[in-house]
Design a protein around this ligand. Structure first.
Ligand code: ZN
Length: 177
């Protein structure tokens, strides 16, 4: 099974391997012009996700987010946003998700934390946490988009998903995650 379809394993303790993985993930995400990344996307089956939307002008004051072993505890509202994924560069589509989420997670010192995310940050956090459960945003496509991306979805089903290093640079305002 493709690693992007597996459930990620919880992080039990922070060691130098985890720290360098996190550093590597931030590097990879920024290098790919992404705004979020989950460890399985870089071939590590661990429950680690990062989000940084500050490269988008409207969110330039947003701080980078690191979520270890994240769990969504509560959801509020719903909204539609256009999504893409660094691992599925050829698909981009509207997805309906909760607008706000309340998340429990560990930080890099394994402290238990809780935080509420809203708007784009909530969107990316949910997309990344899905990656830890083997779920991809294309699983939510509406029937029209399913038809439109039939070939790509068939490839994904066959396990053709990109999990090596992601070097997609987007020239417009689109940022994958
Ligand atoms: Zn993704």
């Amino acid at each position: 099974m493709n690693i992007l379809r597996k459930k990620a394993l919880p992080v039990k303790k922070i060691d130098t391997k985890i720290i360098s993985l996190v550093e590597n993930m931030f590097y990879t995400m920024r290098n790919a012009d992404g705004i979020g990344l989950a460890a399985p996307q870089v071939n590590q089956n661990l429950a680690i996700t990062i989000v940084d939307i500050s490269c988008i002008e409207k969110y330039k004051d947003a701080k980078p987010i690191l979520l270890i072993n994240p769990e969504i505890r509560e959801i509020y509202g719903e909204c539609v946003m256009s999504e893409g994924c660094l691992s599925i560069p050829e698909v981009r589509a509207d997805v309906l998700r909760p607008k706000q989420v309340f998340v429990k997670y560990h930080d890099l010192e394994m402290n238990e934390k809780e935080e509420e995310f809203d708007d784009l940050a909530a969107r990316v956090v949910q997309h990344e946490i899905d990656h830890l459960h083997g779920k991809l945003f294309v699983d939510y496509l509406n029937p029209d988009d399913k038809k439109k991306f039939k070939k790509q979805l068939a490839d994904i089903k066959k396990g053709k998903i990109q999990t090596d290093y992601l070097l997609h640079l987007y020239s417009d305002d689109f940022h994958g995650y």
